[in-house]
Design a protein around this ligand. Structure first.
Ligand SMILES: [Fe+2]
Length: 263
């Protein structure tokens, strides 16, 4: 989560409607076109099926209410516009209540591939589709509930689990490793890089290992974790994450991985 934003949040009107300019809708269309050129090849089938289910418009920025209507049917989740970056406590509480906080602005033309903070394109194309998958959705809710129970000093450890799964997770498929994390599937550059780059370290999914692994928010990830299936996330809903954090803290953080700046 970035500490400073150069973007201004879009305010909803009394009906909850957020107005975007023609230029912003055109930027969305360009972003969708760029991403749809690479998604079928590099994104996981489970994500692509969820994307199909959600029927996200390609020619204009959808309202969160439209997306929520489809999510509510399949998993009881909603995407809720938030005015700006929110703190850990607010974030966890929303997830625990099946509400995904969505930044409302859209990135500038200068940051089409990646920006350090979430925008509406990342939230809707990246996060919303898999929230329609009941098992995945249960994991995100359980994660939020764990965050609500965690002490402030435990939350930064918990954040790594979200980072390496929901944001930057990879998964084994019949066709090989593919991406499902929101940060990857909403970035054209990282979607290709994470799946094919020979210099990337792709580790077997291990919760304690994940909790102990630092990450960067401003570079292409040097390390990803690969799930065998989304069942592994669902299995975590049956476990108490707090003792896992305590174990990870006892073992300590790993050294920072090597630095790969974005091109
Ligand atoms: Fe995100």
């Amino acid at each position: 989560m970035a500490r400073f934003s150069s973007y201004v949040a879009k305010q909803a009107n009394a009906d909850g409607f957020i107005r975007y300019t023609d230029e912003e809708h055109a930027r969305w269309q360009t972003l969708m076109q760029r991403q749809y050129e690479v998604l079928p090849r590099y994104a996981a089938p489970v994500y692509l099926e969820a994307l199909e289910r959600l029927q996200i418009p390609q020619d204009h920025i959808p309202q969160c209410a439209e997306v929520s209507a489809r999510l509510l049917e399949s998993s009881g989740w909603r995407v809720v516009p938030v005015p700006a970056l929110i703190d850990f406590a607010g974030f966890f509480e929303m997830l625990a209540n099946r509400q995904f906080p969505a930044a409302s602005f859209i990135r500038s033309a200068q940051e089409m591939d990646y920006l350090e903070e979430p925008d509406i394109f990342h939230e809707i194309l990246g996060h919303a589709p898999l929230l329609s998958d009941p098992e995945y959705a249960s994991f995100v809710q359980a994660y939020g509930a764990a965050g609500c129970r965690a002490k402030p000093e435990q939350r930064v450890w918990l954040a790594r689990l979200f980072w390496f799964t929901v944001e930057f997770g990879l998964i084994q498929t019949d066709a090989g490793i593919r991406a499902f994390g929101a940060g990857i599937v909403s970035s054209r550059q990282e979607l290709v890089y994470s799946v094919v780059d020979p210099g990337v370290e792709r580790r077997t999914f291990d919760v304690i290992d994940i909790l102990r692994t630092p990450y960067y928010i401003d570079i292409l990830q040097p390390i990803y974790y690969v799930l065998e299936s989304l069942d592994q996330l669902f299995e975590l809903t049956q476990r108490d994450l707090i003792p896992l954090i305590k174990t990870a803290r006892t073992l300590g953080l790993e050294a920072l991985p090597c630095d790969r700046r974005r091109a």
